[in-house]
Design a binder for this molecule. Sequence first.
Ligand code: NAP
Length: 284
Amino acid sequence: MAKIISGKEVSAQVKERVRLENERLKSKGIETGLAVVIVGNDPASKVYVNNKKKACETVGFKSFEYALPEETTQQELLDLVEVLNKDTKVNGILVQLPLPKHIDETAIINAISPNKDVDAFHPINVGKIMVGDYAFLPCTPAGVMELIKSTGVDICGKNCVVIGRSNIVGKPMAMLLLHSNGTVTICHSKTKNLREICSQADILIASVGKPNFVTTDMVKDNAIVIDVGINRLENGKLCGDVNFNEVEPKASYITPVPGGVGPMTIAMLMQNTLTASKIQNGID
Ligand code: NAP
C-alpha cells in the first residue's frame, strides 16, 4: 500500500509560509499584488482564476482581476499588459491560458516584464531555469518538487522518468529533477519502449493528459508516482494520467487526482508573487 501524498496539506504549508513572509513585508509597509487577466468565457479557466483569487486572499495579497471579452484584440491585450508592467501596485502578472485562437500566446508572454512573470513562461525566465539560476519557479514542476520533498526521499542519484515534454510541465520538470541530481529521462509520444523505461523509474512523473495512461506494468515496485494529469471524463469526474487503483498497491508514494499536484501549482504561484514583490522592493 502506497502512502498518499496530500497536495492539499503540502500546499497549505507552502501558503502558510508565504502568508507569514508577507506579514513581514506588510510590517515594512509593502503590499503585494497579483494581476490576473482572463480573456473569454472558458469555464475551466474561470475556475482557475477564481482559485487564484482565493489563494491571494489566504496569503494576504491584493488581487486585481481583468475579465476581458472573447473578442478582445491582441493589441488591446498587449496594451493592458504594458499598463500592468508599469503599475507599481502590481508585482505579478498572470495571463490565463489558453487564450482565444486569434491571439498569439507567445507574443503576450513575451510582452510581460520578466520581473513580473510569475508563471515563469517568459523566455528569459525559461533560460534561467535551464541554467539553474532562477528566482521564479515553474509553478507545476516546482509543486511536484515540494510533494517529493514531503516524502523525505532524496532525489540525488535516483532514476527519474518524466512522461511528457511540454514547455509548462515536462521540460521544466526534467530540469528541476536534474538540478536535484536525479538521473532524468524524458519520454514523449515518439518514445520507443515506454513501458520498459517507465518501469525502471524510482520516481515517475506522468504529465501526458490521457486518463489512466500509466498502468501497473509501467511502474517499478516502491516507486514514487506523481500524477500531474487533469482529465475530465464523460461523467464529469476528474481523473489523472495514472490508473490510481492499479498502481497504488505497487508504489511507495502516490499523488491522488484531485488533491495532488493541482493545489500545488497555485501555492507555487503565490510563492513566485512574493518573490516578485521582494525583488521589486529590494528585499532579501
Ligand atoms: P501537453 O502539452 O498536451 O503535453 C503532453 C505530453 O505528453 C506531450 O509531450 C506528448 O508527447 C506526451 N504524450 C502524449 N501521448 C503520449 C504517449 N502515448 N506516450 C508518451 N507520451 C505521450 O500537456 P501538458 O500541458 O504538459 O499537460 C499534461 C497534463 O497535465 C494534462 O492533463 C494537463 O491538464 C495537466 N496539467 C496539470 C497541471 C496542474 O496544475 N496539476 C498544470 C498543467 C497541466 P509529444 O510532445 O510527442 O506530443
